[in-house]
Ligand binder design. Sequence first.
Ligand SMILES: *Cc1c(COP(=O)(O)O)cnc(C)c1O
Length: 421
Amino acid sequence: MKFENTLAFAQSLDEKDALKSYRSRFHFPKLEGKQVIYFVGNSLGLQPDNAQDYVNEIMMDWRNLGVEGHFYAEKPWWDYHERFSEKLSKVVGAKPSEVSVMNTLTVNLHLLMTSFYRPTSKRFKIICEEKAFPSDQYMLASQVRFHGYDPKEVIVALKKREGEYNFRTEDILNTIETVGDEAALLLIGGVNYYTGQVFDMKTITAAAKTKGMFVGWDLAHAVGNIKLQLHDWNVDFAAWCSYKYMNSGPGSASGYFVNERYHGLSDIPRFEGWWGHNKKERFLMAPEFVPEPDANAWQISNAPVLSMAPYLASLEIFDEVGMETLIEKRDLIVSYLEFVLNAIGNEIEGDFEVITPAERGTQLSVFLHGYGKKVFHYLMENGVYVDWREPNVIRLAPVPLYCSFEDVYRFGEVLKKALEN
Ligand SMILES: *Cc1c(COP(=O)(O)O)cnc(C)c1O
């Protein structure tokens, strides 16, 4: 398609947009009475219009039923988490039995590490990416120390080449080949939070599995954004927060995946609690733990239903739309954003650069070589919400569910002014 950097052209794309009706199903923040351009759905997704009802329903059931709500609420609380499996499995490409919802992301990674990081004197290394999301770095280092090892000797960070912004798959495969026999685990962010690079999870997982290590993916920036096939890729485990592209609300419950190969095992190392115990006998309070037959065996506490409710509301929208349709629009709107950036760059000879590679989802990261944080402040003050990452990057996520092509055009106009000033 031949793009044009004009309002009329952007509006013509909106006319043809299969998802245009969904924009009105999200609440946009306002600045001085005007709806903002929201390109930070990769950080905190907008509130779906049905989320409040889902929360209210629980509040009313609690008010009217008290403890009886566990079993007699509109959506009973005791197995509320099970409502996610079917729909969420389609978002991440898994069997319904392989996915569930609990806790928050870093907590879930820690918990899954009890099963999938089992260092021995021969195999103890962890392969991750350099400059991983800080929480992931702290998580990994503390796990390593917990097992009595020194992170400096254990953590092998994949590197980018000098002067390059992104990781090369061939370099990752080389590292897997070189340290594979000593590696107990590979754990990488499926989509890099800083550059938006999408890793070739299928190829990397296959190579790492061949070497005999466990493979996990942190899907914080991947879920609800790119096509995932966790089961077919033979991934061992994965976890994601759901407040980014999945619009579940701040700090809301996280999702996780455990390959069915590990289901029904009583002897797998795991931190256990009553919500992972066989549901039929959960309230018999028997002393011995009998795991649920699926990923729910990793559950620990009773479900925090109030934090799960907005996630369920949002998931219904994803189910309605389907990832295929979402991805189709994503590719078009991100290409349009790239076009608009280039058009402006040419027009004003702007000294900035998109560092996101062709393997990308919704996010474009722009390195502002010739400019500073003032550009970011200018955008924010003029109703364009983007996010800033040191040293000099703005991240832009024109989320296909609720962003319009007109948003992209208008963003371009504000950016041009910001750069000119
Ligand atoms: C957003 C994000 C997190 C956040 O972790 P929480 O436990 O939800 O606070 C962790 N890892 C990555 C890669 C992220 O992008």
